[in-house]
Structures are given as structure tokens and as C-alpha cells.
Design a protein around this ligand. Structure first.
Ligand SMILES: Nc1ncnc2c1ncn2[C@@H]1O[C@H](COP(=O)(O)OP(=O)(O)O)[C@@H](O)[C@H]1O
Ligand SMILES: [Mg+2]
Length: 234
């Protein structure tokens, strides 16, 4: 990982994946001018998809949700560069990626300080030809084998001691409807001990059930049992 110091901030990046200017790569206008924006997705904010020289990328600005977010939309209290949301997520993705867990490779992260607070951005590898589980399950069922694989991928993440504090069916992607990827590691962290793993699974089950009510997605108890079987087999 390379680091670049700015007057009021820092940039961390992987030069094997980013050949463009690290100072400009978090600026959506920079990519628009070159006609390299290939799409976007709407979550808390907008995630932009960009055609980089090395790989397709996903660009996200860190934003708060909820009521508090209406007051301070994208500012976070600064307590050191190591603790910024962007560097934390970058480092966690790097660890998981190195251990062979299917997560996007981190490409670049930035934090810019103003007074006691900072704003942050992250650039990651875009998972090609992917769809999130909610989108997919709105249209079709998944094979038992795929449910198994989802469980296995979660188990691999847990073996790397990573607590995904927002594990829900929007944060699981399927590439070409066959390869499972986990995304959205903002605020996630490594943890030892027991208990929190079950917490991740409980949250995921709640999110499936919620989408059944909301969108009538294809999900039933057999699917969940297949996921758990895959999880335990790993
Ligand atoms: N690396 C990626 N590759 C492909 N799609 C992505 C990637 N990161 C995010 N997305 C898409 O953008 C959506 C929102 O991104 P996410 O990181 O989950 O942010 P949030 O949920 O905080 O808004 C995801 O549900 C997914 O559809
Ligand atoms: Mg998300």
C-alpha cells in the first residue's frame, strides 16, 4: 500500500490496481470528463461505477444514515488517520482479500480533515456482472448449491475473524449468478471469541424475512437450512 500526504489529508492506494492519478480518482467529475462512468447504484448515497485502466471500480463517499445524518451528512469525528472509516475498510478488505475470502480488492482510500472532523471516500474493485441477492431473489430461486456457497463464504469471513456488522441480503452479491461475494465492510472489524458470529447470521435471517414481506423474494426455510449447512461444512 502506498501513502500520499495532502495538505489536509491522506490517500492510501494500491498502485498495481490504480495507474490513474490518486489525487483525482475520488472526484466523480474527473471520471465524467473522461467518459469513464459506467453506472451507479443507490444505497445510503450513490456508488459510482468507473472503468479504470486496470479494472472496473466502485467509488463511494462515506455518508451517515438516519436522523443524525440529516445534520452532519458526511462528517466524522477525527481520532487519528488509522481510525478513519476509509482506511479501516481498506485494511479490512486487504486482509480478507489476501486470505482468499471473496470481497472486492481495495484500490484507494482517502480522508480529508477539517478542524476536528474528516470526510472520507473509498475506491474498490467492482464485482463484474453482479447482482445483489435481493434483486436476484425477486426474480428467481437459487439452487441448493448456491445457498451452500453463500454459507461457506460467510464461514470463510468468520474464519478470518471478521465481524460483518451489517450482513444483510443487499450486501451479498452473485457474479454471473454463480460466484458469491461479500461487500460493504464500513464499520466492520476483526474480533476474537464467540457469540458475534451467530449475531451476524441472525441479522441476515431477519433481512431475508423482511424482504419476503416487503418484496416477496424467493426465500424459504429450506434455503436457510442449506445456507447453514454450507456454513457449518466450512
Ligand atoms: N464492489 C462492488 N461491486 C459491485 N457492486 C457494488 C460494489 N459495491 C457496492 N455495489 C453496489 O452498490 C450498492 C451500495 O453499496 P454499499 O457498499 O452496500 O453501500 P451502502 O449500503 O452503505 O449504501 C450495493 O448494494 C451494490 O449493489
Ligand atoms: Mg450496503
Amino acid at each position: 500500500m502506498q501513502q500520499r500526504d495532502l495538505a489536509n489529508g491522506k490517500i492510501w492506494f494500491n498502485e498495481a490496481l490504480l495507474t490513474e492519478d490518486p489525487n483525482a480518482c475520488f472526484d466523480i467529475a474527473y471520471w465524467q470528463q473522461q467518459d469513464r462512468v459506467i453506472g451507479s447504484a443507490q444505497g445510503r448515497g450513490t456508488t459510482w461505477f468507473i472503468k479504470g485502466e486496470k479494472t472496473e471500480m466502485a467509488l463511494r463517499h462515506y455518508r451517515r444514515g438516519g436522523l443524525f445524518g440529516k445534520l452532519v451528512a458526511d462528517s466524522y469525528w477525527f481520532t487519528g488517520w488509522q481510525k478513519t472509516r476509509s482506511l479501516q475498510e481498506f485494511s479490512l478488505l486487504q486482509k480478507l482479500h489476501e486470505q482468499g475470502v471473496k470481497v472486492p480488492a481495495p484500490i484507494a482510500a482517502r480522508a480529508i480533515k477539517s478542524g476536528f472532523t474528516y470526510r472520507a471516500d473509498i475506491l474498490q474493485q467492482k464485482i463484474p456482472h453482479s447482482q445483489d441477492l435481493v434483486g436476484l431473489l425477486s426474480q428467481q430461486t437459487l439452487s441448493e448449491n448456491l445457498w451452500h456457497q453463500i454459507g461457506q463464504t460467510i464461514a470463510q469471513m468468520h474464519q478470518a475473524k471478521v465481524n460483518h456488522t451489517d450482513l444483510n441480503c443487499h450486501n451479498i452479491l452473485l457474479e454471473q449468478q454463480q460466484q458469491v461475494w461479500l461487500i460493504d465492510f464500513d464499520k466492520c472489524y476483526q474480533q476474537s471469541g464467540k457469540g458475534w458470529q451467530q449475531g451476524n447470521l441472525d441479522r441476515l435471517l431477519r433481512s431475508f424475512n423482511k424482504e419476503v414481506t416487503k418484496r416477496n423474494i424467493h426465500f424459504n426455510q429450506d434455503n436457510w437450512q442449506a445456507l447453514l449447512a454450507g456454513y457449518r461444512a466450512k
